[in-house]
Design a protein around this ligand. Structure first.
Ligand code: SIN
Length: 335
């Protein structure tokens, strides 16, 4: 039961989507089903949140985040924006599976126009596990969303006592509770049993300053990711273009590189009007223009610091505004 919250506490909306934070074990400690518990059950497990905020809740979806899709993204963006437009509401917490949390967080970072806090939270261990991490993560997420200093920092992710920026975070481990890392620019801050320490501000444009909007309502353009490896052929690039991809993100080797055969196919795709973004499969670092590959000649775009899955999010939104490679490149240096 949620402890009775004082009417002077900030109001926070909790939007639930499922994930392991709402998961239940099915075979002792060996297997589990994500999204088994409702948002009410999650909050009932952390009655202490009633000391931080007045919560109202909405179950937006009940899925493992591997099933996150554009329709649910749109619903989440709309429900988040509507909540934040309420002058009486201080912030939004979104419970979400960790697998694709970085993509949803970055998507919302680009389409929700508000300075108010939006905090995504998940867990690596299901709610019924020994030492489940969900309850403390949820408590900390509400603490961050209710905190005045969280304003203007874009969409945040809270897990394992850490606060991360949506743009910087990546899931880096299959099972460990410390899976989230921000290798390029570090943490936004720490949250220790609800006590918050912010260290830095976001470095790129986000939320209220973003140019992207979902108002048109038409489906986002198709963007596929091509994973490079020793001996990458051209078949998958050609197939993606044939399937109607308007954009390709190359998860390149090293500095976003591709072998000659695949490079020729990517160059042909770019020539035919498909936006081709070079990112890296390494998990860290900057992909710069014109180092080993002549981006100017091929009409390629570089992902800067974005990993392939985040580059895909930005490219989908960018393509709703322009197909010009130079303008798209500018977006990768801006967001
Ligand atoms: C999921 O992403 O829904 C499953 C994994 C997790 O939440 O940790």
């Amino acid at each position: 039961m949620v402890r009775s919250a004082s009417p002077t506490l900030p109001r926070i909306r909790v939007l639930a989507t499922g994930g392991t934070i709402a998961g239940a074990e099915t075979k002792g400690a060996r297997g589990y089903k994500a999204a088994a518990f409702s948002v009410d059950a999650l909050i009932a497990a952390v009655p202490q949140v009633g000391e931080l905020a007045r919560l109202d809740v909405e179950q937006v979806a009940a899925i493992g985040s591997q099933d996150m899709d554009e329709a649910t993204w749109r619903k989440l963006a709309a429900r988040t924006s509507a909540a934040l437009a309420d002058a009486d509401l201080a912030g939004v917490v979104i419970t979400h599976g960790t697998d694709t949390m970085e993509e949803t967080a970055f998507f919302l970072n680009l389409v929700v126009r508000s300075e108010k806090p939006v905090v995504l939270v998940g867990a690596m261990r299901p709610a019924t596990a020994i030492s489940a991490d969900g309850p403390m993560n949820l408590f900390n997420a509400v603490a961050v969303a209710a905190h005045a200093e969280a304003h203007g920092r874009g969409v945040l992710v809270v897990a394992n006592d850490e606060i991360h920026f949506a743009r910087e975070i990546a899931k880096t481990n299959t099972t460990q509770v410390g899976t989230f890392r921000a290798t390029a620019r570090g943490l936004a801050g720490l949250v220790n049993a609800g006590r918050i320490h912010f260290y830095s501000a976001p470095v790129r444009k986000h939320t209220a300053q973003s140019e992207f909007s979902l108002d048109g309502g038409s489906a986002l353009p198709r963007v596929d990711i091509i994973y490079a490896h020793v001996g990458t052929g051209r078949e998958l690039i050609d197939a993606a273009v044939k399937a109607g991809a308007r954009g390709l993100v190359i998860a390149g080797v090293g500095d976003g590189n591709l072998g000659a055969t695949a490079l020729a196919a990517a160059a042909e795709a770019a020539k035919s009007g498909v936006a081709v973004v070079r990112s890296s499969r390494t998990g860290g670092g900057v992909v710069e223009r014109n180092i080993e590959i002549d981006d100017d000649r091929h009409g390629f775009i570089v992902a800067d610091e974005l990993n392939p899955q985040k580059a895909r999010v930005l490219l989908m939104l960018g393509l709703t505004r322009t197909r010009d490679a130079r303008e798209l490149q500018e977006m990768f240096f801006t967001y």
